[in-house]
Design a protein around this ligand. Structure first.
Ligand code: ADP
Length: 360
């Protein structure tokens, strides 16, 4: 258990007061004894005992006050060194570090020894955590900018070369070529929409509009929407037992989760394959799985597929039209509901979505 700083300071002040009182008492006892002894010796030689007593008492008081002041000053000095070491020094170090961080350096940390002992240590832990968060955000921002530039460069280069060829009269603007140019534009629109969506979802102002939603119904509605595309590609879409429960959730977000997972399954499953969605109650929630018999995901790639812009086979995915944002959006939506999403690869891919039902 950490002892609070105010507790430690109170103990220190009590000890300080006690030490001064102790010094004062010892000094008074010693000085009085000493001067009474001198008084006893002097009394043999002099006759004016009252004056003698007065003068010895006076000296005894002056001496004990002097010793007490000297003792108090010494303890104050030691105490101020201890307090300065424990409070001012770490605070100065923290101030320096935050100034360095403000100048843009993010890989700096405060040295920590073991578990936090008091509020000062806890503040240091909090500052280190802040530095880590800032560093991660910075890295994310850099990677994002790099990725966006990379994603936009290819369609823009393609469009540019198409238009130049048409302008130079090398190329005729046939309907197919116009269609292919539109596909490039669609890809960019998709990317911008995805980015906008992610931005909205991750902004602190965003709130899900939570209300009672029938889980099974959301899945059935998405099913109806995607079934034609599955039929067109020759993939059978199946639905197992889905628990007919009510969740406190954002209906559109739930539908988007199922749509994203099913459209990925459709994209990455060849003709003749199958995709199955299943549901099962868990201790404090419900788990929905989407299984396909498609190309699967290499085990070493699984940890990254939920990252923004992550695509396993970039060239193939360009053809399938994926921008690499779908699973990042899906994960954010699931987590916004207090749930979890994870994937497995076993003869195709298997995605699990766990949504809590606690409180229902
Ligand atoms: P994309 O828009 O490229 O589909 P996602 O974020 O949805 O982006 O998916 C990221 C990557 O994860 C995909 O590019 C693909 O490589 C892989 N992936 C996602 N779902 C599946 C699946 N069902 N089967 C195989 N690979 C998948």
């Amino acid at each position: 258990m950490t002892k609070s700083l105010s507790f430690r300071l109170s103990v220190l002040l009590i000890l300080y007061t006690a030490a001064i009182l102790l010094i004062a008492t010892i000094a008074i006892i010693n000085a009085t004894h000493y001067h009474f002894q001198l008084y006893g010796d002097d009394i043999m030689r002099e006759s004016n005992t009252t004056d003698l007593l007065n003068s010895h008492l006076e000296q005894a008081v002056i001496q004990s006050v002097g010793w007490t002041i000297a003792g108090a000053l010494m303890i104050s000095f030691v105490l101020s060194v201890v307090i300065a070491r424990r409070i001012s020094a770490p605070l100065i170090r923290m101030k320096r570090l935050t100034l360095v961080m403000a100048r843009g350096k993010r890989d700096v940390r405060l040295p920590l020894q073991g578990k936090p002992k008091d509020e000062i240590d806890e503040l240091a832990v909090a500052i280190n955590h802040l530095a880590e968060q800032l560093q991660q955000q910075e890295q994310l921002r850099l990677t994002m900018t790099e990725n966006i530039a990379h994603e936009l460069r290819t369609p823009l280069t393609t469009l540019n070369s198409y238009l130049s060829a048409i302008q130079d009269g090398i190329w005729e603007a046939t309907p197919e070529r116009i269609q292919s140019s539109r596909e490039e534009i669609d890809r960019m629109v998709q990317l911008v929409n995805g980015l906008e969506e992610l931005h909205t979802l991750t902004s602190p102002e965003f709130h899900l509009s939570l209300r009672d939603v029938r889980l099974k119904k959301t899945i059935e509605q998405v099913f109806t929407l995607v079934e034609p595309s599955f039929a067109e590609k020759g993939i059978s879409l199946m639905k197992g037992e889905i628990p007919d429960i009510t969740l406190l959730a954002d209906e559109n977000s739930l539908k988007q989760i199922w749509t994203n997972l099913l459209s990925n399954a459709l994209k990455f499953t060849p003709e003749g394959g199958s995709v199955t969605i299943n549901g099962q109650m868990q201790a404090e929630g419900v788990e929905i799985t989407v299984r396909d018999t498609g190309i699967g995901i290499p085990t070493n790639e699984i940890p990254y597929i939920f990252d923004r812009f992550y695509r396993i086979d970039k060239s193939r995915n360009r053809k399938t039209g994926g921008g690499g944002l779908g699973l990042a959006i899906t994960k954010t939506l699931v987590e916004r509901h207090g749930g979890q999403i994870w994937a497995e690869s076993s003869e195709g891919s298997l995605f699990h979505v766990y949504l809590p039902t606690v409180g229902k």
